[in-house]
Design a protein around this ligand. Structure first.
Ligand code: FAD
Length: 397
């Protein structure tokens, strides 16, 4: 096992799961790594990686879930976690791109769609023939989206089952420019409750604008979306979303994915820093031979191992059906906090070279900032935990 997996958490995986992950690792090393610095600098996503990554069949791999046609078993949570870990260990944008479909969009369908809708859509979500994104955040509402969500949905009855008309704006939506559909959350003007819709990206009234000038996750493309009188048939409403409570159930699942991303980023940064200090000589000796450098390496490994142990245990609990908001909030909050220190130490150990894309640590360091803030900021996750501990909601006065 690798140094980054100090307590051999991978031993929890089956042989088959390890083989699928080895296939992913091989692809990332050979095809993705050489492209990362250039695409990051240009602020573009390496689209040529998308189809080969999809072709790796990672979401519900046939080897793990049974042959097509047979009764498919879902892939285990621990496999899914390590899949995200492996992607993030190479690059946070790649991990975010993958989880936009395999985490966010898939969760929206799993939790929000009726059984009939799931039968129609889920196979296409799994093979990426229906690409979707999760459009919740708004320009004026991020942390307070639960109460603040202001995109509206107005129902018009007609003989075809009715049509919804959506108006509003969404911001930061990852992967929107290449999606087929946008899962949009909007407030029903009739009952004031949040509902969800699959909106065709090409529908009249939908406009997308790329968010420029990002200093973090530069490879990942985020969109500002305007919805102006967009018409959506009732059949494209996610029938199991009836209030923000249903959206919160989705966020719980997504936060666990982000905790795995924050852990994978630490592994990538730690490995890059370790390689660097073994090679770089100062005072006639490798940097890695100095006591102060070794202390930083140990601290990084401690953060990484604590994070990996935390997400593994969280995933085991989830597999047993023990799964609360405060559990995924704790994992997202704590792994992100440790990630911030780990990537900063990695950057520091590479000295001046640590602020160039050459050594990898700069990319992890910059990208960690977006991960720290998305899927619930540190403060919001802390308040979710605080509410569970005290019974008092501190979100508003
Ligand atoms: P704000 O809510 O304005 O918060 C600003 C600061 O105030 C934060 O530090 C916050 O912790 C603090 N704060 C706010 N309220 C409180 C309080 N009550 N107490 C203490 N502190 C508080 N959204 C989607 O819907 N889909 C996506 O695909 C998506 N992808 C994203 C990708 C990236 C790269 C980024 C950066 C964001 C993405 N988001 C997405 C949005 C993301 O979820 C929000 O950015 C996040 O929820 C924070 O909202 P905000 O940026 O509006 O910050």
């Amino acid at each position: 096992y690798s140094v980054a997996d100090w307590y051999d958490a991978e031993s929890l995986l089956s042989e088959d799961e390890r083989r699928v992950l080895a296939r992913l690792r091989g692809f990332l090393d050979a095809e993705a790594k050489p492209l990362l610095a250039g695409y990051w600098e240009r602020g573009e996503f390496p689209e040529q990686l998308a189809q080969p990554l999809i072709d790796l069949d990672l979401m519900e791999p046939a080897e793990l879930t049974g042959a097509p046609g047979a009764e498919r078993r879902p892939a285990r949570g621990i496999y899914q976690g390590f899949r995200v870990f492996e992607l993030a260990r190479t690059d946070a944008s790649l991990a975010t791109w993958y989880t936009a479909q395999a985490g966010l969009f898939r969760t929206a369908i799993r939790v929000g769609a009726s059984e009939e809708q799931q039968r129609a859509w889920m196979p296409r979500v799994i093979d990426f023939s229906l690409k979707g994104v999760f459009s919740l955040t708004e320009p004026e509402h991020g942390s307070d989206i639960a109460g603040g969500l202001s995109t509206t949905a107005r129902f018009e009855a007609n003989p075809d089952g009715g049509t919804w008309v959506l108006d509003g704006a969404k911001r930061w939506i990852g992967g929107a420019s290449t999606a087929d559909v946008l899962a949009v959350f909007a407030r029903d003007v009739a009952d004031g409750q949040v509902k969800a819709f699959l909106v065709d990206r090409q529908a009249a009234g939908v406009s997308l604008e790329k968010i420029h000038g990002k200093t973090s996750l530069r490879m990942m493309q985020n969109a500002h979306i305007t919805l102006d009188g967009v018409r959506v048939p009732e059949s494209m409403r996610l029938h199991n979303v009836n209030s923000f409570k249903d959206v919160a159930a989705m966020l719980k699942a997504m936060r666990s994915d982000v905790a795995w991303i924050a852990t994978g980023i630490q592994a990538g940064a730690f490995e890059a820093a370790l390689a660097y200090v073994k090679n770089r000589q100062q005072f006639g000796r490798p940097l890695g031979s100095f006591q102060l450098v070794q202390e930083k390496l140990a601290r990084m490994l401690g953060n990484l191992t604590a994070s990996l142990s935390l997400v593994v245990r969280l995933t085991e609990q989830q597999a047993k059906g023990f799964y609360r908001d405060q559990d995924s909030a704790l994992a997202k909050m704590q792994t992100s906090l440790l990630m911030r220190e780990t990537v900063a130490l990695a950057r520091e150990l590479a000295g001046g070279n640590g602020i160039t894309l050459e050594t990898d640590v700069a990319r992890f360091h910059a990208d960690a900032e977006a991960v720290y803030s998305y899927e619930g900021t540190h403060d919001i996750n802390a308040l979710i935990i605080g509410r569970a501990l005290t019974g008092e909601s501190a979100f508003t006065r």
